[in-house]
Design a protein around this ligand. Structure first.
Ligand code: AMP
Ligand code: GLY
Length: 437
């Protein structure tokens, strides 16, 4: 197959790499890609949000499939524009991407579909929002409705913090249009995990569970990031939960969207809070009465979850994506290997704040070949025969092994052979899984 992957991060490198492992040989392209994708695909110098440029490329090159990585082009309608030209796409149309682009819309869909989630109310007026706070107790969660680069969610421990967050969004317009509406949401107790489901408009097949590490420092300290590491499977998602997640969360959403005239094809990523006796930590039950609740939906593969989940898949990944994109997905399309995987992000000093680019990355050959591991590029570029840093998250190092412990050890062993000025990473990936004993 001729396949274009859209995007330039670790997720897209993992997508292109996994497609290159298929039993069939594909002609792979990545737009714009990075120094890592260049090793498995032909990079096309078009930005992920250059809708007109990507459509023009597809009209001439006629790929069999376009796989969209990031949310921005989905929300901007890349899939709508490509489908108009008869190009098959893995990724939802803009109306479907609103599941990620508008938290209010996602809540409406969940409520209509009876999906367990925190109770929430939407406000455009700060005084009314503040007056509603007491009914939610503490802590309470304040969310900007729209896309705010992962910064639009405040978990407030006190009423003052909650009021300040409401003022930031509704009065000071800190997030512009994305914060013109806010949701006040019930705080959900428990342990978070990610479920990525392949969806074909009607049916869904779950990929293996994973958990990411959003805070920048060990022990889940410091500001939120795009994700500092991930591992799969996540033991908090016991096997009894998977049918429930599919039948009570993913499928009802897909069918409610269909009812609204939106055929959702691509990944539906459910960020879930699990609060049963197995969860670390474990707390009071949510209003919904369910021990699994939706925290958020994303309309795409997670990053770095993808770098941990995809190496665990066997079979033909292109076939699975094509079947989802054309409405004929089957359970057999997803083949899961027994291996565990752990991904550690190597970041630029200062991230998620300001950081420097163009640091030369040193890869020591001797340490690279003997450990069961993969290195995905997130923010890199080739320059003068060297690979240099070009982003806050620079590399995703995935270790594989028969146990999670072996996978984590392999990831860190591989990291010992990589360095760049200012490089830092979390040393405690998968700590919740290990805390469970
Ligand atoms: P979101 O962008 O909605 O995923 O929120 C970002 C992060 O805020 C989540 O990953 C959670 O850690 C936290 N969060 C969001 N909503 C809630 C909630 N209702 N209860 C507890 N934590 C939450
Ligand atoms: N790792 C979180 C996300 O992709 O949104």
């Amino acid at each position: 197959m001729k396949i274009l992957v859209v995007g330039s991060g670790g997720r897209e490198h993992a997508l292109a790499w996994r497609l290159a492992q298929d039993p069939e040989k594909h002609a792979l392209f990545c737009a714009p890609g990075n120094a890592g994708t260049a090793a498995v695909a032909t990079n096309v110098p078009l930005k992920a949000d250059d809708i007109a440029g990507l459509v023009a490329w597809a009209k001439t090159e006629r790929p069999d499939l376009v796989v969209v990585g990031p949310e921005a082009p989905l929300v901007l309608g890349l899939v709508d524009a490509l489908e108009k030209e008869g190009v098959v796409c893995f990724g939802p149309v803009a109306a479907g991407a609103r599941m990620e682009g508008s938290k209010r819309f996602a809540k409406e869909v969940m409520d209509a579909a009876g999906v367990p989630t925190g109770k929430a109310e939407t406000f455009t007026d700060a005084a009314r929002a503040k007056a509603a706070l007491p009914a939610f107790g503490l802590p309470v969660v304040i969310k900007a409705d729209g896309l705010a680069a992962g910064k639009g969610v405040v978990v407030a421990e006190t009423r003052e913090q909650a009021e300040a967050a409401i003022d930031d969004m509704l009065v000071a317009n800190k997030f512009g249009a994305a914060g013109a509406e806010v949701l006040i949401e019930e705080f959900l107790h428990g342990e978070e995990c990610s479920i990525l489901a392949l969806v074909d408009g009607e049916n869904a097949v779950l990929l293996p569970s994973s958990q990411d590490h959003k805070r920048v420092f060990d022990g889940d300290k410091g500001p939120n990031t795009g994700g500092m590491g991930a591992y799969s499977p996540a033991p908090v998602v016991t096997s009894d939960k998977l049918p429930l997640i599919r039948d009570k969360i993913i499928l009802p959403v897909v069918r409610e969207l269909k009812r609204r005239g939106i055929t959702y094809r691509g990944v539906l990523y459910a960020g879930l809070m699990v609060n049963d006796a197995n969860a670390v930590p474990h707390g009071p039950t949510a209003t919904s009465g369910s021990d699994v609740n939706v925290v958020e939906f994303n309309a795409r593969f997670g990053d770095p979850e993808t770098e941990a989940v995809l190496p665990r898949l066997g079979g033909s990944f292109a076939t699975a994506l094509l079947h989802a994109a054309t409405g004929c997905l089957r359970d057999e399309d997803v083949v899961v290997k027994d291996d565990c995987a752990a991904t550690v992000i190597l970041a630029s000093g200062g991230y998620p704040g300001a950081y420097e680019n163009n640091r030369i990355i040193e890869f020591s050959k001797s340490r690279m070949e003997d450990v069961e591991s993969l290195v995905f590029h997130c923010g890199t570029k080739a320059e003068g025969g060297r690979i240099v840093t070009a982003g806050g998250r620079v590399l995703s190092v995935t270790g594989l092994g028969a146990t999670l412990r072996a996978a984590v050890d392999n990831a860190y062993a591989r990291i010992a052979g990589i360095s760049f000025d200012g490089m830092f990473y979390r040393k405690d990936i998968a700590h919740r899984a290990f805390a469970r004993g």
